[in-house]
Ligand binder design. Structure first.
Ligand code: FAD
Ligand code: DHB
Length: 390
C-alpha cells in the first residue's frame, strides 16, 4: 500500500491529524494496535481548551461536544476546606469545555470513517523503517498477515509507550524528565458532581480533584502513591477519603454512587528533543508527557498535529520544507510553556512527602497569592483556558 502520510496510533493526535490532512487533500492511513471498542472506552482527559473546541467545530466534529459538553467559566481552588473561584470569563474572557477524551475519540473515528478514511484497528508487531529515506515504511500484522505501507512521511502518534520514538537511532534524541513522588487514583462514578465547576483541592491529607462528565456522572481523583494498587481501595474507602479531603461540608455535599471505573496514573513530565528524525515526526504523548493537574496533555497533542498538518500542506502545495524543518521549534515553544504550567499546578496543589516545613509554608503562601491576586489569577486563567495558538 502507498499513502502520503502513515499515522501510527488512533488517539486524539493520530485521529485529528487524519481529519486535518483530509481537509487539505492529503491521503493518510492510521494503524492502531487496540480495537475500536477499546479506544472508544478508554477514560482519560476531560478538559478541552477554547481554541481546540473551535478547531473541532471547524472540522465538522463539534456537534456532540457542543450539545453534551459542559462549558465552564472558571474553577475553584480550595485549601483545607476554604474555596476561592478563579473566574476565567471575567479575567481572560474565555471558557473551557468539559467533554471526555473518549467522546472526542468516538466523534473523530466516526467522522474519519464517514469520509472513507482507513483506520486499521487491532494490528500487531507495528514497526517503522527507512525513516531517513524519502519513502519510510510502516510494517504491521493484521489477522496474522504481514502488511507494509510505503509513505512520504510517518506521524508517530503512538503515545508514550509506542514504537516510533524508540525507533530513532540511539543518541539522536535528548530526553528531559521529572518523575513526581505521587500519583492519582481516578474514579468514574454514577453520582451527581459535587460542584458545577471543577474543584482543585489542596488538603493536609493530599490533593483531590472533583470533576464531572455529565450532570449525573462524577469524575474524581485522589493523590496517592505512584505505585498504589487501585484494587486495594474499596468503593467505601474512596468515597470516605473524597469526603474527608473536601472538608467539613464533604459529608453533606458529596453524594456517593456506583463506581464504574477506577485506576491509578503515575505522574511524569517528559519532553524529547527534537521531535523529528528524517521523515518521522512525533506528536502528542509520543513526544511529551505532562502531569494531568494542568489538563494540558490532549490539548498539546492536538496543537502538535495542527502544526504538522500546516507544514505538510505547505510541503505538498509548494515543495517548501521550511515549516517541516521548523516543526520541533514551533511545537516546543508551546510544549515548554505547558510543561511550566503543569509543573506549577502540580507542585502548588499536591503534598510532596519530601517537602519540609519551609516548603509547606511557601506552598500555602503560593496558594493564597494565586487565588487572591488579580495578576496571579489572570496568569493562571490565561494558561488554563489555553495560550493563543498561531
Ligand atoms: P494516546 O491517547 O496515548 O494515543 C496513542 C495511541 O497509539 C493509542 O490508541 C495506542 O493504543 C496506540 N498505540 C500505541 N502503540 C502502538 C503501536 N505499537 N502500534 C499501533 N498503535 C499503537 N489531557 C488534557 O488535555 N486534559 C485533561 O483533562 C487530561 N486529563 C488526564 C487525566 C488522566 C488521568 C490521564 C491519564 C491523562 C490526562 N490527560 C489530559 C492527558 C491525555 O489523555 C493524553 O495527553 C492524550 O491521550 C494524548 O493523546 P495521544 O494521541 O498523543 O496519545
Ligand atoms: C480532568 C482531568 C484533569 O487532569 C484535570 O486537570 C481536570 C479534569 C477530568 O478528567 O475531568
Amino acid at each position: 500500500m502507498r499513502v502520503q502520510v502513515g499515522i501510527v496510533g488512533a488517539g486524539p493526535a493520530g485521529l485529528m491529524l487524519s481529519l486535518l490532512l483530509h481537509r487539505a487533500g492529503i491521503s493518510s492511513v492510521i494503524v492502531e494496535n487496540r480495537s475500536r471498542a477499546y479506544v472508544e472506552a478508554r477514560i482519560r482527559a476531560g478538559v478541552i481548551e477554547h481554541w481546540a473546541t473551535d478547531l473541532l467545530d471547524e472540522l465538522g466534529v463539534g456537534a456532540r461536544m457542543r450539545k453534551q459538553g459542559l462549558v465552564h467559566e472558571g474553577i475553584e481552588i480550595r485549601v483545607n476546606g476554604v474555596g476561592r473561584r478563579i473566574d476565567f470569563k471575567q479575567l481572560v474572557n474565555k471558557t473551557i469545555t468539559v467533554y471526555g477524551q473518549h467522546e472526542v475519540v468516538k466523534d473523530l473515528i466516526q467522522a474519519r470513517l464517514a469520509q472513507g478514511g482507513t483506520i486499521e484497528f487491532e494490528v500487531s508487531e507495528t514497526s517503522v523503517d527507512k525513516l531517513d529515506s524519502d519513502q519510510p515504511i510502516i510494517r504491521f500484522k493484521k489477522n496474522g498477515e504481514p502488511h507494509e505501507i510505503t509513505c512520504d512521511f510517518i506521524a508517530g502518534c503512538d503515545g508514550f509507550h509506542g514504537v516510533c520514538r524508540p525507533s530513532v537511532p540511539k543518541g539522536l534524541l535528548t530526553e528531559f524528565e521529572r518523575v513526581y513522588p505521587f500519583g492519582w487514583l481516578g474514579i468514574l462514578a454514577e453520582s451527581p458532581p459535587v460542584n458545577y465547576e471543577l474543584i482543585y483541592n489542596h488538603h493536609d491529607r493530599g490533593f483531590s480533584l472533583y470533576a464531572m462528565r455529565a450532570p449525573t456522572i462524577t469524575r474524581a481523583y485522589l493523590q496517592c502513591d505512584p505505585d498504589e494498587d487501585a484494587n486495594k481501595w474499596s468503593d467505601e474507602e474512596i468515597w470516605a477519603e473524597l469526603k474527608r479531603r473536601l472538608g467539613p461540608e464533604g459529608e453533606t455535599r458529596l453524594k456517593t454512587g456506583r463506581i464504574i471505573e477506577k485506576g491509578v496514573t503515575a505522574m511524569r513530565s517528559f519532553v524529547v528533543e527534537p521531535m523529528q528524525f528524517g521523515r518521522l515526526f512525533l506528536a502528542g504523548d509520543a513526544a511529551h508527557i505532562v502531569p494531568p493537574t494542568g489538563a494540558k496533555g490532549m490539548n498539546l497533542a492536538i496543537a502538535d498535529v495542527l502544526f504538522f498538518s500546516r507544514a505538510l500542506e505547505a510541503f505538498y502545495k509548494t515543495k517548501s520544507t521550511t515549516l517541516l524543518d521548523g516543526y520541533t521549534t514551533k511545537c516546543l515553544s508551546r510544549i515548554w510553556k505547558a510543561q511550566r504550567f503543569s509543573y506549577f499546578m502540580t507542585t502548588m496543589l499536591h503534598l510532596n512527602p519530601k517537602d519540609g516545613d519551609f516548603d509547606r509554608r511557601r506552598q500555602l503562601a503560593e496558594l493564597d497569592y494565586v487565588t487572591s491576586s488579580k495578576a496571579a489569577s489572570t496568569a493562571l486563567a490565561e494558561n488554563y483556558v489555553g495560550l493563543p495558538i498561531n
